[in-house]
Ligand binder design. Structure first.
Ligand SMILES: Nc1ncnc2c1ncn2[C@@H]1O[C@H](COP(=O)(O)OP(=O)(O)OP(=O)(O)O)[C@@H](O)[C@H]1O
Length: 290
């Protein structure tokens, strides 16, 4: 709403499941355009926080608030009545891609435009010429134009994740909230997905909040890291402070789960170069041609 509002503001949010406190009085603020990784061992509360932040899950009653670009998502454990409108600004990416397997890649991407139309129109496949044009551009931007007509289930994991990102682009998401987007991918596909997210942040100013298990990806791609342990935020600061010794200080023995010795991380040879340039040119060509 307000140009100076944070992209995401979470204040005093908690969530319990019976005796388990999944998230305990967490407050964070993410400025528009920031690139923030959320790390933590399994069960530390990352998914629960992400689901509450994006309006998919109500927090515990009576305290807490979430706003996205100043618009209320939930307060005191109740979702805002117009939460659907706010959610349109959020591109959600999940570990398991969240595509409709039997639909074509293009249709899956077009689903991103449904927030702006009646669902019936979308269900009937009555997408506008402009929507289709935007879907073609988005597919080119994420580098999977040649797979547009295939069914989603025919794509590799990395390609499916890129289709999910294309859907967020068609949705014109201003913040992408991704819950372990690379956890199911091989290192090469993981790197491509992370390269793509970072590029969208740089070129389009899309804010990123991405939960990850792997600290080396957090360090390579993000300026700021929020680390959780047992439902609370134990670190919020520059990614380069996350040295192995600091992680051991934060997490003790469970730091090993985050450092992943021996597993190949992103390294430093980010794919940028030729592939990127070709992809961006293709998207620009499509934009000019129609
Ligand atoms: N629907 C639920 N019912 C009961 N307990 C839950 C539920 N969802 C999460 N929890 C518990 O809340 C805690 C935090 O879970 P959460 O999934 O948020 O952690 P996480 O950091 O995302 O873990 P992972 O990295 O394994 O996905 C865990 O102890 C989990 O068992």
């Amino acid at each position: 709403m307000n140009a100076t509002s944070p992209a995401l503001s979470v204040r005093n949010l908690s969530k319990s499941y019976g005796a388990v406190t999944a998230v305990n009085a967490v407050s964070i603020s993410i400025a528009a355009g920031e690139r923030v990784a959320l790390i933590g061992a399994s069960g530390s509360g990352k998914s629960t926080l992400i689901r509450m932040a994006s309006g998919l899950l109500e927090a515990d009653r009576d305290v807490g608030e979430v706003r996205i670009f100043g618009e209320l998502v939930q307060a005191n454990g109740r979702l805002a009545s117009d939460v659907r409108m706010v959610r349109r600004r959020v591109g959600l990416i999940f570990q398991k891609f969240n595509l409709v397997n039997r639909l074509s890649v293009t249709t899956n991407v077009l689903i991103g435009s449904l927030g702006r139309h009646s669902s019936l129109r979308g269900l009937l496949g009555l997408f506008s010429k402009e929507d289709r044009h935007n879907a073609r551009i988005a597919l080119a931007e994420v580098g999977i134009s040649e797979h547009a007509k295939k069914r989603a289930e025919q794509l590799s994991g990395g390609q499916q994740q890129r289709a999910a990102i294309a859907r967020a682009l068609v949705q014109q998401a201003e913040i992408i909230v991704a819950d372990e987007p690379i956890a199911s991918l091989d290192p090469k596909s993981a790197k491509r997905v992370m390269d793509l997210l970072a590029e969208l942040n740089r070129k389009k100013g899309i804010t990123l909040l991405v939960s990850l298990h792997q600290v080396d990806y957090a360090r390579a791609y993000f300026d700021r890291v929020i680390a959780m342990r047992q439902g609370t935020v134990v670190f919020d600061g520059p990614a380069d402070r996350l040295t192995p010794s600091f992680l051991t200080e934060l997490y003790g023995a469970s730091a090993e789960e985050l450092i992943l010795p021996g597993q190949s991380g992103p390294g430093t040879d980010f794919e940028g170069g030729i592939l990127d340039v070709q992809r961006i040119r293709a998207a620009e060509d499509i934009a000019r041609a129609s």
